[in-house]
Design a protein around this ligand. Structure first.
Ligand SMILES: NC(=O)CC[C@H](N)C(=O)O
Length: 260
């Protein structure tokens, strides 16, 4: 069976492309590193792929606002390609900087290119947060978290601008439509807005969300950093058959794409 194709999008400052590439290849996809300029020149086309992966990092050095410049490239030079990709029902995952890009294109929360209704802003702690966090996986129609619903997973965060923020009505709509996929949880496994379990102060402890189709998902934590047991600091004390928590997200995406 032909492997689903993943476009791992690169540009200046992206630094989690290699791990994202590795995670999707391990999950059974055929990945390509594609620089945004290759899409802009026509050398590469989004339509050649089943999944668009926006990796983490510091695209364009986080100048203006983290993810902003790449978001502008996507909603201007690549608007038609991106719209066609979304309308064809394909998958998009945005991890950390990639999530910041997705909210600044308007693809999240409502697939409205160019209409920004939410943001990821500076952490309440006012500094870069880089450590492991625990996330509750909510019951949603998100393709990436199938069969993970109700579980608590451990995933790393590494960001300076991770606080999810929006107006009260938009937040209520996101909640009412069941678009919140991940929430930061404390030691009692319940969602918290309290530091340090919530590393940035995100409203409603929101760590990731999807659009209403469940095919576009963005999250601040890095699942690609936990697709091998030995990536966890306690791996020596874990059973040999431990399934790394981040891996299921990539496996779900590839399984869905195989059926497309
Ligand atoms: N790891 C990342 O993708 C970081 C995203 C962004 N540069 C921030 O610091 O918030």
């Amino acid at each position: 069976m032909k492997k689903p194709g993943v476009c791992v999008l690169r540009t200046d400052g992206i630094n989690c492309d290699e791990e994202t590439f590795y995670a999707f290849e391990k999950a059974g996809a055929a990945c390509s590193m594609v620089h945004v300029n290759q899409l802009r020149s026509g050398e590469e086309k989004l339509s050649s792929y089943h999944i668009l992966a926006l990796p983490g990092g510091f695209s364009y050095g986080d100048d203006v606002h983290s993810g902003k410049i790449l978001a502008v490239e996507l909603t201007s030079f690549l608007k038609d390609q991106l719209s066609a990709f979304v309308d064809s029902g394909k998958l998009i995952i945005g991890i950390c900087n990639g999530f910041q890009v997705l909210v600044r294109t308007g693809l999240l929360p409502d697939r409205k290119l160019g209409e920004i209704s939410t943001t990821l802003m500076f952490n309440d702690s006012s500094h870069f947060e880089c450590r492991w966090t625990n996330l509750l996986v909510e019951h949603t129609n998100c393709v990436f978290t199938k069969n993970l619903e109700g579980s608590v997973i451990s995933v790393q965060v590494a960001h300076g601008e991770g606080k999810f923020y929006t107006d009260r009505d938009t937040l209520q709509e996101i909640e009412n439509r069941g678009q919140v996929v991940f929430r930061y949880v404390g030691n009692d496994n319940s969602p918290t807005v309290l530091y340090p379990a919530n590393p940035n102060g995100s409203l409603n402890a929101l760590a990731g969300l999807c659009d209403t189709t469940g095919r576009i998902m963005g999250m601040m934590p890095h699942p690609e950093r936990y697709v091998e047991r030995t990536q966890h600091p306690n791996w020596r004390r874990m059973p040999g058959n431990t399934v790394p928590h981040g891996f299921a997200i990539f496996k779900n995406a590839v399984a869905y794409a195989r059926e497309m």
